[in-house]
Design a protein around this ligand. Structure first.
Ligand SMILES: C[S@@+](CC[C@H](N)C(=O)[O-])C[C@H]1O[C@@H](n2cnc3c(N)ncnc32)[C@H](O)[C@@H]1O
Length: 220
């Protein structure tokens, strides 16, 4: 089990893993494989089910995360990726925003199992609505397939990201403009981020795992 440069992420053979906390021993979240190694338990992180895993498989080298980081996660869904971030920020907190009550029901089961995830049913288009529950954070993660996904990201960065904090947006080109080539859409998003004085740190094409998607890592 070889640690990667991203805190809390490990490689074994051609797969990547995060460490399951002791209090979740034996528990899986989405039928991922568990692996025992030197008395610790690791959960395999499927790149076809998580765009962050796909980003790491496709070359993402650095993320400013530590085990104490606080994360605002926009578009948490049932918590597949949230669960791996929960392994990584073992002593931190994830504020998980999800709009759909149906999906949130399953996320709540995960939150009962893990103590560092705070579920919030809200619309990320309105960051002011969750200001009672969410403080300034170290990191913002967004995976929302809406036409205005870049605006949602920018508005949440403005309201919640600490100075010199980091964020990552999973861009779905087809949700923004089906008539353009995906690379043109990624460039449009990059231009908009730059215009809003948000620095681009890395751009990773998620081809092979997610068609017409890219992840963009930023800092403010
Ligand atoms: C692609 S899924 C996220 C998958 C998840 N990030 C993962 O990797 O496990 C997108 C989620 O965003 C949610 N969503 C869409 N628009 C939203 C909004 N405006 N605010 C909050 N959640 C939203 C959807 O209900 C859906 O569950």
């Amino acid at each position: 089990m070889k640690p990667l440069p991203i805190t809390g992420v490990y490689r074994y053979k051609n797969k990547i893993f995060t460490e399951n906390p002791v209090y979740c021993k034996g528990l899986t979240v989405y039928d991922e494989k568990l692996l025992k190694y030197h008395n610790k338990e690791y959960r395999s992180w499927n790149p076809y089910k998580s765009k962050l895993s796909a980003s790491i498989h496709n070359g993402l080298k650095r993320l400013d995360l530590s085990e104490k980081s606080t994360i605002l996660y926009l578009g948490a869904a049932t918590g597949t990726t949230v669960s791996h971030l929960s392994d990584i920020v073992n002593n931190g907190v994830i504020y998980a925003i999800e709009k759909s009550p149906f999906v949130l029901k399953k996320l709540l089961q995960l939150c009962n199992q893990r103590k560092n995830i705070i579920p919030i049913m809200s619309d990320a288009n309105h960051p002011e609505r969750y200001s009672v529950s969410v403080p300034i954070v170290d990191f913002i993660y967004q995976d929302i397939s809406q036409r205005n996904q870049d605006e949602i990201f920018i508005n949440n960065i403005r309201k919640y990201l600490k100075i010199n904090g980091q964020g990552i947006i999973m861009v779905k080109a087809r949700s923004i403009d089906v008539s353009l080539n995906p690379k043109q859409v990624y460039n449009q998003v990059i231009d908009k981020l730059n215009l809003n004085k948000i620095k681009i740190i890395d751009v990773i094409d998620l081809s092979h795992y997610e068609k017409d998607h890219a992840s963009i890592v930023v800092s403010n």
